[in-house]
Design a binder for this molecule. Structure first.
Ligand SMILES: Cc1ncc(C[n+]2csc(CCOP(=O)(O)OP(=O)(O)O)c2C)c(N)n1
Ligand SMILES: [Mg+2]
Length: 313
């Protein structure tokens, strides 16, 4: 008998205790990621959620898919390994602004120039939330949050500008309290076949008393509502670089007005998997994840010699 009964929806929530501060912007990012995965209808077994270290790093514990809570700054390195080993997986990364643009900045740049199909959600709260509010690389120079003894003397990194200039082919900005808008953007990013950055403006209610929910709400506006369209429509348009130039200009707007939405989307750049295919025969069809490792219960590789070499006698 055909089974016409609707399939039970996968529950993307875990039952783990959540210790984020009540009202933290992380909740909006978590809920949006869960809704996006639910709405995409992707097989949960094909989704991997990778995080770095920070309050944001705990996100992988709360999404009910395979999760990896990795080392400080190294979420993208792990995510790259996961994606390359098994290209059919959808890989999402949650990383803090300190995690990703401080210690992990090299990986941020490499992800763009390689155009690896991974969705990176940058939890941009301007501070190192987990370690009590030191200035993160996104905090503007001269700003003194209540967690700093004196105004920040470091210049700020603009995540969208850096992503655009290093080759990301999907660059967007969202607001953590706008779960509907963020969900739509995550869905687009996950479906995109290339490196995707979502700069998520995320107030830290405990340590950042400057960039608050109200501060953002007074400034944010929707790019699409003002007629901006960052999507490249043809190979010729991609070649001309016009949309990239427009996005670079737009990414500089961050002050009295802060644009939200898709700044740039270009599907005409081959992903890193294509490059790998030109150097590895059969890739991505043949990849480490579907390589047989045993036959009739016996391992296909004899590790005895390697283990003998490593043995301490
Ligand atoms: C190698 C290493 N250096 C420093 C730390 C201490 N540390 C833990 S989290 C963190 C920064 C967290 O800030 P952010 O990435 O912005 O995440 P948030 O807590 O704001 O979400 C630091 C410096 C660490 N865990 N490991
Ligand atoms: Mg942070």
């Amino acid at each position: 008998m055909a089974n016409d009964a609707p399939q039970a929806k996968h529950n993307y929530r875990t039952k783990l205790w959540n210790d984020w501060c009540p009202g933290c912007g992380d909740f909006g990012i978590l809920a949006s990621a869960q809704m996006a995965l639910q709405q995409l209808g992707e097989d949960p077994l094909n989704v991997v959620f990778v995080t770095g270290i920070g309050c944001s790093g705990k996100t992988s514990h709360y999404v009910n898919v395979t999760g990896v809570h990795t080392l400080h700054g190294r979420a993208l390195a792990f995510a790259t390994g996961v994606k390359l080993a098994n290209p059919k997986l959808k890989v999402l990364v949650s990383a803090g602004d300190g995690d990703q643009l401080g210690i992990g900045a090299g990986h941020y740049v490499a992800m763009g120039r390689r155009n690896i199909p991974i969705t990176l959600m940058l939890h941009n709260n301007g501070v190192y939330g987990l370690t009590k509010g030191q200035a993160a690389p996104t905090l503007a120079k001269g700003v003194k949050t209540k967690s700093l003894a004196s105004p920040n003397i470091n210049g700020a990194i603009n995540p969208t500008l850096l992503a655009l200039s290093t080759g990301y082919t999907f660059v967007a900005r969202a607001f953590s309290y706008d779960a509907k808008g963020l969900t739509e953007i995550i869905k687009m990013a996950v479906a995109h076949n290339g490196a995707a950055l979502i700069d998520v403006l995320q107030p830290c209610i405990t340590y950042n008393d400057i960039n608050t929910r109200e501060w953002y709400q007074e400034r944010i506006y929707s790019l699409s509502a003002e007629g901006y369209d960052g999507t490249v429509k043809s190979a010729e348009e991609a070649e001309s670089g016009e949309k990239l130039k427009a996005a670079l200009t737009k990414s500089l707007e961050f002050g009295d007005r802060i644009p939200l939405g898709v700044l740039y989307k270009n599907e005409f750049v081959p992903s890193y998997l294509n490059g790998m295919g030109s150097t590895l025969r059969g890739y991505p069809g043949i990849n480490p994840a579907n390589e047989p490792i045993e036959k009739d219960g016996a391992p296909l590789t004899d590790l005895t010699q390697i283990l003998d070499k490593l043995a301490i006698v």
